[in-house]
Design a protein around this ligand. Structure first.
Ligand SMILES: *[C@@H]1O[C@H](CO)[C@@H](O)[C@H](O)[C@H]1NC(C)=O
Ligand SMILES: *[C@@H]1O[C@H](CO)[C@@H](O)[C@H](O)[C@H]1NC(C)=O
Ligand SMILES: *[C@@H]1O[C@H](CO)[C@@H](O)[C@H](O)[C@H]1NC(C)=O
Ligand SMILES: *[C@@H]1O[C@H](CO)[C@@H](O)[C@H](O)[C@H]1NC(C)=O
Ligand SMILES: *[C@@H]1O[C@H](CO)[C@@H](O)[C@H](O)[C@H]1NC(C)=O
Ligand SMILES: *[C@@H]1O[C@H](CO)[C@@H](O)[C@H](O)[C@H]1NC(C)=O
Ligand SMILES: *[C@@H]1O[C@H](CO)[C@@H](O)[C@H](O)[C@H]1NC(C)=O
Length: 498
């Protein structure tokens, strides 16, 4: 039977473009593009597998206070086609800050490994994202149960649940996988629940929380000038000079020309709208670097070709071309730069399973991680309107959270999980050096069983995608090391259990 995740074909991905920042639209586009790639992959390699099982199971709303008897239904997926029940391991794919689809147990690095190690493939959607949320989950009162600690406790319950459903024994060892925030969860599940998670692969995992994440745009700057991915010093300086020209115009009183040139949906009203405008334009560059080559049409090489092409006019005019290309790629008619619209969107408590989950993620940023991608330092090549103050105001405006408390939350996250020195074992941290997030991850081997792999020339989570013909040798090599390491760990334990 052919497996086709039909849902891919009609998901209303970009439906709620209004009131959403460009970075979120880019994220949606990336998700869609990955789904399409997986669909293509499945059409080629159906392997006679049967359809994965989708399930919902009840989960306590608050694991840490059993006097709260509330529950929600959490979604999971199971693909048992490759599994050898007696000794086959369980490969857990951990969901994160977005909807989790059947593709999570059908394609990707972990599925290729499952084929080799005959693993049971399971995945769990993160609480409060996708379908895994109560209809009243997004109210300021109820969103308090959204946290990484609760999410890890969900994984513990899920471990028990799947264990019963599939009659698992201690011989069926759990290896967890995740990328980006779920990459951190993957490492942290092994760290905090070593009796449940035997090993973990943490891809592009920003395990070190940081309030003012200036490093993000430092890597953006570096990647724009990196010839390995089609960047150059000329490209970096063209981008920097275009944004400094924008900043000069925005410092003046009249922004009418900007509104026309960059197709703003409305007049920019005051400094908040100007900051949104700057943020939306900067996001095109930031998103292109973070997801280099994930959306095939958009990558650093193309961006640099536009930004260094003198026949397109001044750097300002080239930035206009870049913006237009981006808008065309997602069929956006105009860019919403209204700060009031963006706040209204973030305040909306309506649950929409497939829409952008920006309210949820902003909440986690305010209460756990910070991660504000600012551009206030002198060397930053994007708009200096990306300030920490502007970002932190959202915590107060949307959730009533004191911006001054966010640093404390970040500090707690780092002491709770160990930042970039988690003292654990059997974890592989994988990062690409083009990816701006890599600087918050574990980049050095911590011990012989807590290993860091840094891939030359790849972006966010590149190793997790299905194998492609044009994967660079550095990526192939990293995948081989991951495979070898997991094989060695699984073999070691099986020997001792004989
Ligand atoms: C849950 O707790 C509330 C009071 O906190 C109680 O009224 C309700 O009956 C309980 N529900 C269940 C299913 O136990
Ligand atoms: C688990 O074991 C029970 C009883 O031994 C059996 O009925 C059930 O089919 C088994 N489930 C699976 C998935 O093997
Ligand atoms: C703003 O600039 C535009 C042209 O760039 C001009 O047409 C318009 O009159 C100016 N508005 C004000 C209020 O100065
Ligand atoms: C412009 O912004 C001010 C506050 O900065 C607000 O009171 C006003 O309603 C806004 N005007 C429009 C048309 O959005
Ligand atoms: C530069 O832009 C012109 C006009 O769009 C185009 O014809 C040309 O191919 C571009 N050059 C490069 C190197 O991309
Ligand atoms: C960590 O050790 C592994 C071998 O176990 C090696 O392949 C890898 O390159 C090392 N990572 C770093 C960042 O030195
Ligand atoms: C990455 O690979 C390129 C060749 O593709 C090489 O020139 C460069 O030195 C490598 N960088 C690192 C940090 O190894």
């Amino acid at each position: 039977m052919l497996l086709v995740p039909m849902v891919v074909l009609f998901l209303p991905w970009l439906q709620s473009a209004l009131g959403g920042r460009n970075m979120w639209l880019i994220k949606q586009q990336v998700l869609q593009s990955q789904e399409q790639r997986i669909l293509k992959h499945l059409l080629k390699n159906s392997n006679g597998m049967t359809e994965p099982k989708e399930g919902l199971f009840p989960q306590p709303l608050d694991h840490f206070n059993r006097r709260n008897n509330g529950t929600f239904k959490q979604r999971y997926w199971v693909n048992a086609n490759l599994w050898e029940p007696r000794l086959g391991p369980v490969f857990l794919f951990i969901g994160g800050e977005q909807v989790l689809l059947s593709s999570s147990v059908l394609a990707g690095e972990h599925v290729d490994l499952a084929q080799k190690y005959r693993a049971l493939l399971v995945s769990l959607e993160h609480r409060y994202y996708g379908k895994s949320i109560n209809p009243d989950g997004l109210t300021n009162q109820n969103i308090q149960f959204l946290s990484s600690q609760q999410a890890l406790a969900d994984l513990a319950t899920f471990h028990e649940f799947i264990g019963q459903q599939y009659n698992l024994t201690r011989n069926n060892r759990w290896v967890c996988f995740g990328g980006s925030y779920p990459g951190s969860l993957s490492a942290w599940f092994r760290l905090k629940f070593p009796h449940l998670a035997f090993a973990a692969v943490a891809s592009s995992a920003p395990v070190r929380a940081q309030l003012d994440f200036t490093g993000f745009n430092k890597v953006v700057s570096h990647s724009l000038s990196n010839p390995v991915v089609g960047g150059s010093m000329k490209c970096r300086s063209a981008v920097a000079s275009a944004f400094s020209q924008l900043d000069r115009i925005m410092a003046g009183s009249n922004t009418s020309q900007l509104e026309v040139d960059f197709k703003s949906c409305q007049k920019l009203n005051g400094s908040d709208d100007r900051a949104e405008f700057a943020c939306n334009l900067a996001s095109i560059v930031m998103g292109t670097v973070q997801y280099n080559k994930v959306v095939l049409s958009r990558n650093i090489a193309n961006l640099c070709q536009i930004m260094t092409n003198q026949s397109l006019g001044s750097v300002y005019q080239r930035l206009m071309v870049l913006n237009k290309d981006y808008m065309d790629s997602i069929e956006l008619q105009c860019v919403d730069n209204s700060h009031q619209n963006i706040l209204a969107n973030l305040r909306s408590t309506e649950v929409k399973p497939y829409a952008m989950a920006d309210r949820q993620w902003y909440y986690q940023m305010c209460t756990e991680f910070g991660y504000y991608q600012t551009c206030e330092d002198k060397g930053c090549p994007l708009s200096h309107w990306l300030t920490l103050r502007f970002e932190l105001d959202i915590c107060a405006e949307v959730f009533g959270i004191d911006p001054g408390s966010v640093q404390d939350a970040v500090d707690f996250t780092n002491s709770y999980y160990g930042a970039d020195h988690p003292a654990s074992s059997r974890i592989i941290f994988v990062n690409g050096d083009i990816d701006p997030w890599h600087v918050l991850s574990v980049l050095k081997n911590q011990s012989c069983s807590e290993v860091a792999l840094v891939i030359n020339g790849t972006a966010h989570c590149a190793n997790m995608n299905p194998v492609e013909q044009d994967d660079p040798p550095s990526l192939r090599q990293a995948r081989q090391k991951i495979d070898y390491q997991i094989g060695a760990w699984l073999a070691e334990e099986h020997l001792s259990s004989w």
